[in-house]
Design a protein around this ligand. Structure first.
Ligand code: HEM
Length: 169
């Protein structure tokens, strides 16, 4: 059984990460891995965090490839992300142009859960677990935005009226 747990990120924390087991990639195969990443993005663009990502199909196709090769590299595959797409990857810098609250991170993880569950019959669960643990922890590094705005939006969505109480005398 794989435990798709979700813990909250505290802004600014950088917990230590352990890379996923290389068996995760070996059992899934690089081809299967890329397919999973493609499926992940198809779900992302229909999700609550779709607005972070480009609408353009060509741009999205490039992101699928770049991200696929990065994630494959992290799982002990070849260094295609570095050699083909150049330079080091800085997790914080890559994401700092976006405002990412914990809520967006949780949604992002939810999209991963959706593509990991279907591979449970192909990959040993301990290796999927190692990948999940890595995603869950490393994604905490990029949370760079407090949830205040989300809280106000949530209040507005509960149809209780203006979140600032302007409608109540
Ligand atoms: C373990 C966590 C994560 C890793 C390792 C990761 C990795 C990456 C990588 C490798 C890229 C592509 C950089 C390039 O173009 O070469 C990228 C881009 C991006 N990531 Fe993440 N990411 C993570 C979490 C998240 C989360 C939680 C969000 C939440 C919304 C997010 C949003 C984005 C966006 C919007 C882009 C840019 C897409 C574009 O180029 O328009 N990422 N990420």
């Amino acid at each position: 059984m794989v435990d798709y747990y979700y813990t909250n990120a505290i802004m600014g924390e950088r917990p230590e990460v352990i890379n996923p087991n290389k068996e995760f990639l070996e059992q899934l195969t690089p081809d299967g891995f890329q397919k999973m990443v493609n499926a992940f993005y198809e779900i992302v663009v229909e999700s609550d965090i779709a607005h972070y990502f480009p609408d353009d199909a060509e741009e999205l196709a490039l992101i699928k490839k770049r991200n696929g090769s990065y994630f494959i590299m992290i799982c002990g595959g070849d260094e295609r992300y570095i050699s083909k797409y150049g330079g080091d990857f800085d997790q914080i810098k890559t994401h700092e142009m976006f405002s990412i609250p914990n809520k967006a991170r949780i949604e992002w993880l939810g999209c991963w859960e959706e593509v990991l569950r279907p591979i449970e019959d192909k990959v040993e669960h301990q290796h999927i677990q190692s990948y999940w643990n890595w995603l869950e922890t490393f994604s905490k590094h990029i949370v760079n935005y407090e949830n205040d705005r989300e809280t106000l939006e949530d209040k507005a969505n509960t149809k209780m009226g203006c979140p600032f109480g302007h409608d109540k005398k």
